[in-house]
Design a protein around this ligand. Structure first.
Ligand code: NAP
Ligand code: F7E
Length: 363
């Protein structure tokens, strides 16, 4: 039997790790590109690498989206059936500080990959998935954003991804490459980077509960997002490439919540009562009541959340909610995880992680 070969860029990231697991279960041979780093950057995929049943099925290669030679060499050698381009400088806030670098990786990096497919003469063999984003909608032009909604990017990150979206379409039209965009709304998990807001909240609360920190500082808590689970969304990345023709799809839960609501629901799940006071930069939340035996490091009236100017962006995307009707109809999309299940999974994982590191810390 001939197994399909997939090449994943960004395999060491949140989505890359879930996608690798998903494709291996589907009997793919999975190749991943990791970049050179001065310390280990494979913690999200070490369990796959160490799994003996994936021997000769899972390969890691050094490469970088900014090094076209490394991409052409790998694509030529592997001749993948499917490429998933998940690598990116993916932090919107950071993109304001690194606009040039973000543009090189996210825009030119995508072009480098597409052109490598063309250079290797694999236009009719290799399908290409581009990790596009709801950030393209930025200043929203329609109350619910679909594939037909106009884009209005509001950050260097979103602008760089706009180029990547269009160059993917260009290579589809010009060279008949099966190249598709998945326009994914925010998706989170216990593997989410710790500087994205959901993980920052679940990790921050866990540290306070175990006495390793005192207060969590946030930016715009009134920002509204459509949050799904990364595990559900990588299945859709795969489905986008299994569709009968290359196309663009919005993937979203179609439900919207504020950052403040996410915070409130985390505390509700933990059965810790908090109360908000003040407004603007002076808004804060205090602990009102909790189980003293369960949470010995907490104190009544302790200020647990404060707002910091540091986490506001020069240009904010205030309000995103997707319309995923097309994916629902054509790809049979149905989100499996709601926000409460997501919060439970993230809180449980971070409490356990922090409990273990606290023991290590004390030793
Ligand atoms: P992530 O956790 O930040 O992972 C990004 C990955 O890209 C990491 O593996 C990183 O390597 C790699 N990378 C960065 N620069 C690179 C370069 N120059 N060459 C090669 N690899 C490089 O992101 P994610 O949340 O998994 O998101 C996956 C993709 O979907 C990204 O393109 C993101 O922009 C897009 N997206 C994400 C969301 C979301 O809500 N998560 C929504 C829409 C679109 P290191 O591990 O070495 O840093
Ligand atoms: O911010 C607000 C912040 O950084 C969400 C990336 O995966 O999804 C992600 O981009 C909201 C923003 O994600 C803090 O201002 C408040 O309004 O978790 P985030 P993002 O910017 O939506 C899209 C779809 C992608 O494509 C990106 O790759 O939360 N917020 N206080 C905060 N955000 C952060 N990071 N930290 C705060 O303290």
């Amino acid at each position: 039997m001939k197994f399909k070969k997939a090449l994943i860029t960004g395999i060491t990231g949140q989505d890359g790790s879930y996608l690798a697991e998903f494709l291996l279960k589907k009997k793919y041979i999975v190749h991943g590109i990791k970049r050179k780093s001065s310390s280990f950057n494979t913690s999200r995929i070490d369990h796959i690498y160490d799994n003996k049943s994936y021997k000769n099925k899972f390969y890691l290669h050094y490469g970088d989206l900014l090094d076209p030679n490394s991409l052409t060499d790998l694509i030529n050698k592997i001749k993948p059936d499917e490429i998933y381009n998940l690598a990116a400088q993916s932090h919107v806030g950071v993109s304001f500080q690194l606009p040039n670098y973000t543009t090189q990786v996210n825009s030119l990096g995508t072009l480098n990959l597409l052109h490598a497919i063309y250079d290797c003469g694999l236009e009719s063999k290799t399908k290409f998935y581009q990790a596009s984003t709801s950030e393209l909608y930025g200043e929203i032009q329609e109350s619910r954003q679909s594939e037909k909604t106009s884009f209005y990017p509001k950050s260097p990150y979103a602008t760089s991804k706009l180029f990547a979206y269009w160059i993917t379409k260009n290579y589809r039209e010009s060279y008949k490459i099966f190249a598709s965009n998945g326009i994914l709304f925010n998706h989170e998990s216990p593997r989410r980077g710790e500087t994205f807001v959901t993980r920052k909240i679940t990790m921050g609360i866990s540290k306070i509960i175990y006495g390793l920190d005192k207060c969590l500082y946030l930016g715009n808590i009134y920002s509204l997002r459509d949050w799904g689970h990364a595990r559900d969304y990588v299945e859709m990345c795969w489905k986008v490439l299994q569709y009968k023709k290359p196309d663009d799809f919005v993937i979203a839960t179609e439900k919207q919540y504020s950052v403040k609501y996410f915070v409130d629901e985390c505390f509700k799940y933990l059965r810790i009562k908090i109360k908000w006071y003040g407004n603007g930069l002076k808004e804060y939340a205090k602990i009102v009541s909790f189980d003293y035996k369960k949470y010995p490091f907490l104190k009544k009236n302790m200020i647990i959340i404060r707002i910091s100017r540091k986490y506001f962006r020069p240009n904010e995307v205030n309000n995103l909610i997707g319309n995923a009707s097309k994916a629902k109809k054509l790809l049979k999309w149905k989100p499996k995880t709601n926000i409460y299940q997501l919060i439970k999974e993230m809180m449980d994982a971070d409490l356990e992680y922090t409990r273990k590191s606290q023991i290590k810390y004390k030793l």
